[in-house]
Write a protein that binds this ligand. Structure first.
Ligand SMILES: [Zn+2]
Length: 277
């Protein structure tokens, strides 16, 4: 290799490496997973295309000269062909992508105290109102150019209940587990998984003290059952910054972090943002 070409080639390799490391989570086009849908080359379409899945805007990023839609697939999506609506300067088009079946593990739990399964009318009213507020937060959208999807673990600890686990209490199926539980002692610092802004801070019936962080482009992270919260709405966070301390507030059988990741309104498997190719 000639001496003059070498630095150029190294620079090209470095940039290519940067984009593939920084840009994309692990693809898994299943319910609760992430579909990476190619939308054409940057050369053909210099302006980023805009994409929607249903009525939710979808994150579109550049990867090695191509536009890619990074689509969160809701857990209750039936397998089959799905369609994105894509708009660009030339007009609107539809882009299909497949979603495959995934059967998540099942866990049967026998509880002697059925009051932990059945809510009082007051608790039920509160919980339902909170679920609506949380649904609205999950649909939050902010366009950004610096979304970092290579997440750091928010806490070190044993991975307890995984995402998607189908829990059945006394023979009654519950909603599947929409996050990843990390077993940590009370008071363990909980760290922002990536840079972002605090979207909301609240104390919920089920989730307890909770922080929502907005990473831009419809990518959010949610940290639940905290004992103490150290941030407030609107704060800008850097990756690894402490949000609060782990606890067992809300409906928790013991101290642990319940960590959820939301993409275009869908709860997706947080582990897809930790495992890299
Ligand atoms: Zn959990």
């Amino acid at each position: 290799m000639s001496g003059s070409l070498r630095p150029v080639l190294l620079a090209v390799l470095w940039v290519a490496g940067m984009t593939s490391v920084l840009a994309l989570p692990l693809a898994s086009s299943v319910p609760g997973g992430i579909a990476l849908v190619p939308l054409g080359t940057v050369l053909d379409t210099p302006d980023p295309p805009r994409a929607w899945f249903g009525d939710q805007p979808v994150w579109v990023a550049q990867d090695n000269g191509h536009w890619v839609a990074i689509v969160g697939v809701p857990l209750d999506t039936p397998a089959g062909t799905k369609t994105l609506r894509v708009t660009e300067h030339t007009g609107e088009r539809s882009v299909d992508f497949p979603v495959s079946v995934k059967r998540y593990p099942e866990q049967h739990v026998r509880l002697k105290d059925s009051s932990k399964v059945t809510l009082s009318p007051d608790d039920e009213k509160r919980a339902l109102a909170e679920i609506e507020r949380i649904q609205a937060l999950k649909r939050h959208w902010r366009m950004a150019t610096d979304t970092d999807s290579s997440f750091a673990r928010p806490a070190d600890g044993r991975l307890a209940s995984r995402f998607g686990l189908r829990r059945i209490f006394n023979g009654e199926p519950r909603a599947p587990h929409s996050g990843l539980d990390i077993a940590v002692p009370l008071g363990t610092p909980i760290l922002a998984t990536a840079a972002g802004r605090v979207l909301a801070v609240d104390d919920y019936f089920f989730n307890g003290k909770t922080v929502f962080v907005d990473h831009g482009n419809g990518l959010l992270s949610m940290y639940c059952h905290l004992d103490r919260i150290d941030v407030k709405e609107g704060d800008t966070l850097r990756k690894g910054q402490r949000l609060g301390l782990a606890g067992a507030t809300g409906r928790a059988s013991g101290p642990h972090l319940h960590w959820s990741v939301v993409l275009n309104g869908a709860m997706v498997d947080p582990e897809l943002f930790l495992k890299r190719k």
